[in-house]
Write a protein that binds this ligand. Structure first.
Ligand SMILES: Cc1cc2nc3c(=O)[nH]c(=O)nc-3n(C[C@H](O)[C@H](O)[C@H](O)COP(=O)(O)OP(=O)(O)OC[C@H]3O[C@@H](n4cnc5c(N)ncnc54)[C@H](O)[C@@H]3O)c2cc1C
Length: 420
């Protein structure tokens, strides 16, 4: 299953497969945004770093996602203030802004060519959500002095897209969107340049909880003072102690053939990315060569639908009936990890096994930023890592075995509400 992203990206390759015994200050498991940004930030601080990737660089969600780089956290500030108080909510807001800025800075300083563009439009699929969007604009402006957002009434939506499926919108001009795999490869190239060794086709089968820890693959071992788990939705059974805090879910994307200028303008007149207020979000944007990249629909079991193109196309046509005769060139899926409260789950097992995951669909900025935080933490400055690690979090009820049925029932219920 080739994605548009793999078809349009020159792959960066690592140093082959891990063979024999090696030493490093830090061993990172997983070569997505979390692993690569951690590797880069740590190498820039002078640490020797080895990354072990089970498949290839960007194989996971980092090479498959929608490429939306949104401000804030996955939960809005109202929720964060109520749950954690104003001080923590403000820290989280500031970190959310810094996360987007970190993406921008990395792209600029390492010359990453990844179709970076500005602006995300959030669209209300029911009238009752318009009030929420308006409230968010005023709340962020009044409490956080954030004035890059504005409410777009239904009468002005045609300045952005030619459909009448939505009742209003919230334009965040400071959010970004990009080509996710090109961005991931750019991070990998920067990490390699900084001296990081990346071994692909090197699945970690286990590690010792000692200092140093010995991390094993089928053909080699890495002895490292610190280990960073950066596997997110692909962690499977590697670390049962943290597995119950996340739920892997699959989400699907299609890319159309390149659109005519008229159709491209109908899809996104100002080249903003878009996403709607549905529980199972529809999200889309134009690619660098005028294709519609459209994400919609998910499932909660192992395995993807046999025909992803048809699975996602029906959601696309609900919004853009004018694309009825447009060919779908690519369809693919990816796995992400969500948490119960939809906030990232960071922490430490013992003293030297670190984990960052559970970005709940907000990982382009947050996983990148996690790399900056782990570099601070391993260098002895724990405060900001701990702000996230100390957020109260819960396991999915039923543990790793039984979380599926309850979770699936809940997700399906909310997905059904989208349609009513
Ligand atoms: C379809 C889809 C759309 C999305 N859209 C958006 C979006 O628009 N905006 C946004 O902010 N977020 C989005 N996300 C979420 C975002 O992509 C993820 O949060 C982010 O990429 C997570 O990065 P990561 O590095 O933590 O994990 P991943 O990129 O998943 O990388 C984990 C890596 O770990 C490797 N691994 C696992 N186990 C082992 C092992 N035992 N040994 C060695 N390696 C191992 C895997 O092979 C994988 O490469 C989307 C996700 C999906 C799937």
């Amino acid at each position: 299953m080739q994605s548009y992203y793999t078809a349009s990206t020159a792959a960066v390759t690592g140093s082959g497969t891990l063979q024999g015994d090696q030493n490093a200050d830090i061993c990172i498991i997983g070569a997505g945004y979390t692993g690569l940004s951690s590797a880069l930030h740590l190498a820039e601080r002078g640490y020797s770093v080895i990354v072990l990737e089970a498949e290839t660089i960007g194989h996971g969600a980092s090479g498959r996602n929608g490429g939306h780089v949104g401000n804030g956290q996955r939960k809005d500030q109202n929720y964060l203030e109520k749950q954690f108080g104003e001080d923590i909510a403000r820290l989280l807001w500031d970190m959310g802004l810094e996360a987007v800025d970190t993406v921008k800075q990395l792209i600029n300083s390492h010359g990453i060519d990844c179709d970076l563009k500005q602006g995300i439009l959030h669209l209300a699929h029911k009238k009752k959500y318009c009030g929420d969007l308006q409230h968010e604009v005023t709340h962020l402006r009044d409490r956080y002095s954030f004035d890059s957002m504005r409410y777009v009434p239904a009468t002005e939506l045609n300045q952005f897209l030619d459909v009448d499926a939505y009742y209003g919108g919230l334009l965040d001009s400071a959010s970004l969107h990009l080509h996710p795999l090109k961005y991931c490869m750019g991070l990998a190239a920067a990490a390699l340049k900084a001296g990081v060794k990346i071994y692909e086709h090197s699945r970690v089968t286990g590690y010792t909880q000692a200092s140093p820890s010995v991390v094993s693959t089928a053909s080699g071992r890495v002895s490292a003072r610190e280990v960073v788990l950066a596997c997110n939705g692909y962690i499977d059974k590697l670390e049962p102690k943290i597995n119950g805090y996340i739920m892997p879910i699959n989400n699907f994307v299609i890319a159309t053939e390149p659109l005519s200028d008229d159709l491209a303008a109908a899809v996104s007149r100002q080249d903003t990315a878009m996403q709607d207020t549905r529980f199972v979000i529809n999200y889309w944007k134009l690619s660098g060569d005028n294709r519609l990249i459209f994400g919609g629909g998910e499932n909660y079991r192992r395995g993807f639908p046999a025909d992803i193109k048809s699975f996602v196309r029906k959601y696309m046509l609900q919004i853009y009936p004018q694309l009825q005769s447009t060919t779908i060139d690519y369809g693919w899926g990816g796995t992400l990890a969500i948490t119960l409260n939809r906030l990232p789950h960071f922490g430490r097992i013992g003293t030297n096994i670190w984990h960052m995951h559970g970005y709940s669909g907000h990982g382009v900025p947050t996983a990148t930023f996690a790399g900056k935080l782990i570099a601070e933490a391993i260098s002895g400055k724990l405060e900001r890592f701990d702000t996230i690690a100390n957020l109260p979090t819960m396991k999915f009820p039923g543990g790793t075995l039984l979380r599926w049925p309850g979770m699936v029932a809940g997700m399906l219920y909310f997905a059904l509400r989208d349609r009513i």
